[in-house]
Design a protein around this ligand. Structure first.
Ligand code: GLU
Length: 524
């Protein structure tokens, strides 16, 4: 009889140990896409059994990041389970948490201790695991002995056949002990990776690894497998650094008589320089500059979280960009909506070689998304980057002139600041180059503009052209002095458009100042 196809259930299982890196998030995104492609479930599971590495605030950061990027979890931490965590986790805004996290909870490993103990006990009972009593010093000695002989260290399995009743007595008496899994001693251990196929691992290279630490919590190697089984995960997508641990993981499934999920190890994400993605070549926290994880950032709304709130990448653009970071729908399409990506997503088209995080491409793509916004949506998105207290209509009209050109929202204040200051900033260089000698020209323009009966881009252009003609000025000679006079810059949005937005009063003030600066030059 054929096996029932499993419901597609995937998980993102980060440890709350700091900010979420784009590489980790890219793998989470693939898990999300796979689940959504088949109408399945995407889970968030917090892997916190290594309590020493806990970083306050990172739990909230993980959840905020998933929401901000548009990959919220179907099942995961809920209010009650988060409330049960000690203070060291920091707080999580309850608005971010579901009332009920799902039928397989809690989704936080430190709250699942009893279940892991149960599994470990059953492995002990079945003779598939054993208590080991070496002290830290004894283990260090064993390791040193291997080092001295220049052979790779493996635990010598000293307690592998130790009497269980005896061992339990010692544990009950409070002796420090760990539980180790009995790994096969011969024959290959077979693992299958969805992208790479089968690997046969020599049993001689495998260790009887620890499945319960002396502190009573299991390490990742046990906890994650128990959870993947219990939570009915169908596909484990995780970073390729876990490939060499897969023999351990399939051995846990085998020992328990469980069917393993499909493993797919995602190739890493490298920087443009083909080196590991780090601060140097583009890696950033998804959640803005939060190295301290203190509570000084309290962003809300969709910008908040941005890797991208620093730079102003739109979440849709990041979603799209990361989806093609190591995956391609098999044609040349790159710009796709969320729905198109989900529809096309196919794990067999994940590239087996490392993906390149090409920041320039992300910026280009973000530009595409920015251009597709309506002017009012663009204004709403750009608002957090603009100074406060601006007149909304004026600011919206001003920045609309740059919508075609900006690639990141953070550029908006920089390229539009001349609209919002009393006077532009004039550099000595452009004053010398474009204003000196243009005083009379600017004076006449000032009067012509002031006298315009109708305010439109066309009327402004006609007026400027006619004054320029009477001064025998053509092309750059006609427009550059005006642009510099009004904006302080030599490049920028369309001159007549920006004049129309600035309006008569602001233009008059600027022409006056520019004429003063032009004074002293010889006019043409
Ligand atoms: N907790 C592991 C990590 O943060 C997750 C690996 C996995 O997805 O299984 O690296």
């Amino acid at each position: 009889m054929g096996r029932e196809p499993r419901r597609v259930r995937t998980r993102f299982a980060p440890s709350p140990t700091g900010f979420l890196h784009v590489g980790a998030f890219r793998t989470a995104l693939f898990s999300y896409l796979l689940a959504k492609r088949y109408g399945g479930d995407f889970l968030l599971r917090i892997e916190d059994t290594d309590q020493k590495r806990l970083v306050k605030g990172s739990l909230e950061h993980i959840i905020q990041s998933l929401n901000a990027l548009g990959t919220p979890y179907d099942e995961g931490p809920d209010r009650a389970s988060v409330a049960a965590l000690p203070e060291a986790y920091g707080t999580v805004d309850p608005a971010l948490l579901p009332e009920n996290g799902g039928a397989f909870g809690p989704y936080i490993q430190s709250l699942r201790k009893a279940r892991y103990t149960e599994v470990v006990e059953s492995l002990l009972d079945a003779g598939k695991a054993y208590w080991a009593f070496e002290t830290e010093e004894e283990l260090a000695g064993k390791r040193a002995a291997c080092d001295a002989r220049k052979i790779p260290y493996r635990y010598d399995r000293h307690f592998r056949d130790y009497d269980l009743a005896e061992a339990r007595k010692r544990v009950a008496d409070g002796e420090r002990a760990v539980v180790r899994l009995k790994m096969p001693t011969e024959g290959p251990i077979r693992t299958v990776d969805f992208l790479r196929g089968e690997t046969l691992w020599d049993a001689n290279t495998q260790d009887d690894f620890i499945i319960l630490k002396a502190d009573g919590l299991p390490p990742y190697h046990l906890a994650a497998m128990v959870d993947d089984h219990d939570m009915e995960i169908s596909h484990v997508l995780r970073g390729e650094e876990w490939i060499s641990s897969t023999p351990k993981h399939v051995s846990v499934f085998q020992a328990m008589g469980w069917e393993p999920p499909i493993f797919l190890h995602t190739p890493g994400v490298l920087g443009n320089d083909r080196k590991k993605l780090g601060k140097r070549n583009g890696a950033k926290p998804l959640l803005g500059p939060v190295p301290e994880f203190d509570k000084n950032y309290v962003p809300t709304g969709e910008f908040l979280i941005g890797y991208l709130n620093q730079d102003g990448i739109l979440p849709e653009a990041l979603f799209n960009f990361l989806s093609i970071c190591g995956w391609s729908p098999g044609n040349d399409r790159e710009v796709m909506t969320r729905e198109e990506i989900i529809e096309a997503f196919d794990i067999s088209k994940i590239s087996p070689s490392p993906a390149i995080f090409d920041l320039e491409k992300l910026q280009w793509m973000n530009g595409v998304y920015i251009r597709s916004l309506s002017p009012s949506a663009f204004y709403e998105k750009a608002r957090p980057y603009l100074p406060e207290g601006l007149d909304a209509d004026y600011a919206a009209a001003a920045i609309a002139l740059e919508q075609e050109r900006v690639k990141e929202l953070r550029e908006v204040p920089e390229v539009t600041d001349f609209f919002f200051s009393e006077l532009p900033e004039y550099s000595e260089r452009s004053v010398a180059k474009w204003l000196k000698g243009s005083g009379a020209y600017l004076a006449e323009l000032d009067s012509a503009i002031a006298a315009l009966p109708e305010w439109s881009v066309a009327a402004i252009e006609a007026a400027v052209r006619s004054v320029a003609a009477s001064h025998k000025r053509e092309k750059g000679e006609a427009t550059h002095p005006v642009r510099v006079a009004l904006t302080g810059r030599e490049v920028g949005p369309g001159l007549f458009e920006l004049m129309a937005v600035l309006g008569k009063e602001r233009l008059a003030v600027r022409f006056k100042k520019a004429k003063e600066l032009a004074d002293g030059g010889t006019d043409s």
